[in-house]
Write a protein that binds this ligand. Structure first.
Ligand SMILES: Nc1ncnc2c1ncn2[C@@H]1O[C@H](COP(=O)(O)OP(=O)(O)OP(=O)(O)O)[C@@H](O)[C@H]1O
Ligand SMILES: [Mg+2]
Length: 262
């Protein structure tokens, strides 16, 4: 899927900011792959490139045999849950979820059915007629999740979809999320800051470094779903990944000091 993908952004008066340092990742179909990495390392950038919203500086992104750029799309139906909800504030909640479905050309009845189904799933049926600004931040994030899921994508790109939720709502939604993934076989790329969340949800975890980003850890979580949050195996894995993550951060600090001392 990702073949030596690099991304740098020009900076006025400075050398370009090297964000992605050459990522090689093959994602197996049906995977629930979580992506973890320090803030600002390029996770959202990576999802944008896979989604064809931004171009890699070099390297290729391939989905179902087709190269993806901002000008060339693959046939893969991609659902997105952005880090910020990005709702249209002048449209009702139901309309926000319906809009991508209309773009897909689905019949009216099917759209109504899915809007209802996915708003129900995220616990917002009663708020269908509300406008986004009448909702809390966590509720807006849930609308965004419903919108991403409602197109029933083959590939879902989710950027910290539960980060604005309280732990109790997040737990419930994570369980639903796994159930949907299990039922639909959708491939999911899931960015999160929570090692615990990644361990609980994913079939594979990718830990990436600070800029210029490369893969630090790529591991399979072979605990079958449905999982219990208190499962000892998950707890052990969380501890070990946390340890690795901290070591990665320490190495980055040392490297910064070394470069600074030169
Ligand atoms: N359009 C852009 N133009 C210039 N620089 C950008 C652009 N988008 C992102 N960047 C820079 O690229 C780097 C990575 O940003 P990105 O949003 O991908 O990080 P992230 O890993 O998603 O961080 P976080 O965990 O905080 O969400 C940042 O330094 C950011 O300033
Ligand atoms: Mg981000």
């Amino acid at each position: 899927m990702l073949d030596n993908v690099k991304k740098s952004y020009p900076r006025p008066g400075l050398t370009p900011l090297n964000v992605l340092g050459g990522l090689d990742v093959e994602v197996e179909e049906g995977a629930l792959l979580s992506i973890l990495g320090p803030s600002g390392c390029g996770k959202s950038t990576l999802l944008n490139i896979i989604n064809g919203l931004d171009d890699a500086t070099s390297g290729t992104v391939t989905l179902a045999g087709k190269t993806v750029t901002t000008k060339t799309r693959s046939d893969v139906k991609i659902g997105v849950v952005f880090q910020q909800p990005r709702l249209l504030n002048w449209r009702s909640v139901a309309d926000n979820v319906a809009l991508p479905l209309r773009e897909l050309g689905l019949p009216h009845d099917e759209i109504q059915f899915r809007v209802h189904k996915y708003l129900d799933l995220v616990g917002l049926s009663e708020f269908a007629a509300y406008y986004p600004l009448q909702l809390s931040g966590g509720m807006q994030q849930r609308v965004s999740l419903a919108r991403g899921l409602a197109i029933e994508p083959n590939l879902l790109l989710a950027d910290e979809p539960f980060s604005a939720l309280d732990e109790f709502s997040a737990r419930k939604l994570r369980q639903e999320f796994v159930r949907i993934w299990d039922q639909t076989g959708t491939t999911i790329l899931f960015v999160t800051h929570s090692i615990r969340e990644a361990v609980f949800l994913s079939t594979r975890m990718l830990v990436i470094t600070a800029r210029p980003t490369h893969t630090y850890l790529d591991l399979t979580v072979d605990v079958p779903h449905p999982r219990k949050p208190e499962d000892d195996r998950l707890f052990e894995l969380e501890k070990s990944v946390t340890h690795d993550f901290m070591r990665m951060e320490e190495q980055a600090e040392q490297e910064k000091e070394r470069v600074g001392a030169l």
